[in-house]
Design a protein around this ligand. Structure first.
Ligand SMILES: Cc1cc2nc3c(=O)[nH]c(=O)nc-3n(C[C@H](O)[C@H](O)[C@H](O)COP(=O)(O)OP(=O)(O)OC[C@H]3O[C@@H](n4cnc5c(N)ncnc54)[C@H](O)[C@@H]3O)c2cc1C
Length: 291
């Protein structure tokens, strides 16, 4: 079978969210949701088969990006990577997300791909996923009975598998306003810029002067899902951030991850550079504040 020919499927094009939810309720896991399609269509070209593809293209009501200084950021399910990149509030308050968008693929893909699609793909290499994981947040799922929030910490349950139920549509991502005195940043390594990451990392640190009082550190491409580095976070909490503490942190990072060899990198290389990447992300966040 050619890898370029899509398998046959029926295209559903709901025009309202209730219509989409009725279709999901009726057809359940026979439906594959297609948002930007930048993951789904590639999968189909490589043989992924689905009876129904449900396009979200006409659900204009899900395309928004709203910032409130008290509530934080609300990202509609149809909001693209380009929209994040063009938002002054994302750049100012959520630089980790903004930096993940800067580094994301090409303009054509950024104009189509959504952040929520990135989370729902549940790839360990997702750049937006890594940034959001460090910041924390909740994904809103809707079905005909109502809606529920799933904490980002509980979203990924395995490779390419999420806590989404088969009758649910993700409608909104909610990211809290970063704590006062917090700093966040994202970094990634790739073979070439347009490629998926071979390693990515995002940090979100709350600081009291030069002392870190709280920390979230997320890393991608080192396990079946994006992971939080809990031991590294524990080491950061209460520590002064200086050359010495960052150096000793690097060994902990490497010991905490379980990468594999794949076409983008080797496990050994990932182990070796993971600590350096965390160190650089922390330095990037710190330097931005002191600049
Ligand atoms: C050339 C190329 C370069 C790429 N570069 C990068 C990169 O640099 N970094 C990166 O992280 N990714 C990259 N990707 C992967 C992809 O673009 C991203 O994962 C993107 O964010 C997916 O968003 P989408 O809207 O296109 O999702 P889709 O392909 O539409 O969907 C992805 C998954 O999420 C589900 N889904 C989407 N929206 C919803 C919803 N609202 N409710 C329920 N389920 C939903 C779909 O059913 C599917 O399982 C690249 C892809 C390509 C083809």
């Amino acid at each position: 079978m050619s890898s370029r020919i899509l398998t046959d499927f029926d295209l559903l094009v709901p025009e309202t969210v209730p219509e989409a939810l009725e279709m999901l309720n009726r057809l359940q896991d026979q439906v594959t949701v297609v948002s930007g399609g930048t993951d789904v269509l590639v999968a189909m070209k490589f043989g992924f088969d689905t009876p129904y593809g449900m396009s979200l293209a006409k659900l204009a009501g899900l395309n928004y990006l709203e910032f409130d200084p008290q509530q934080g950021l609300r990202v509609g399910a149809r909001t693209t990577i380009t929209q994040l990149l063009e938002s002054p509030e994302v750049k100012q308050y959520y630089p980790a997300i903004w930096e993940s968008a800067v580094n994301f693929a090409t303009p054509q893909i950024r104009n189509t791909a959504t952040l929520v699609g990135n989370l729902l793909r549940a790839s360990p290499a997702g750049d937006g996923s890594c940034a959001v994981y460090a910041l924390g947040g909740k994904l809103v799922f809707s079905n005909e009975a109502g809606e529920r929030e799933v904490d980002i910490d509980d979203l990924w349950v395995g490779y390419a598998t999420t806590a989404r139920n088969k009758d649910e549509l993700a409608t909104e991502l909610r990211i809290p306003i970063p704590a006062a005195n917090s700093i966040n940043a994202f970094k990634r390594m790739t073979r070439v810029n347009e490629d998926l990451a071979k390693l990515n990392v995002a940090v979100n640190l709350t600081m009291d002067g030069n002392v870190c009082t709280d920390a979230r550190v997320a890393m991608g491409c080192v396990a079946a899902t994006p992971v939080r580095l809990r031991q590294t976070e524990d080491l950061l909490k209460g520590a002064e951030i200086n050359e010495e503490s960052l150096k000793s942190l690097m060994a902990t990072v490497s010991a905490e991850i379980t990468p594999i060899d794949d076409q983008r990198s080797t496990a050994e290389y990932r182990k070796q550079v993971s600590g350096v990447m965390v160190k650089r992300a922390i330095e990037q966040a710190r330097d931005r504040v002191t600049a």
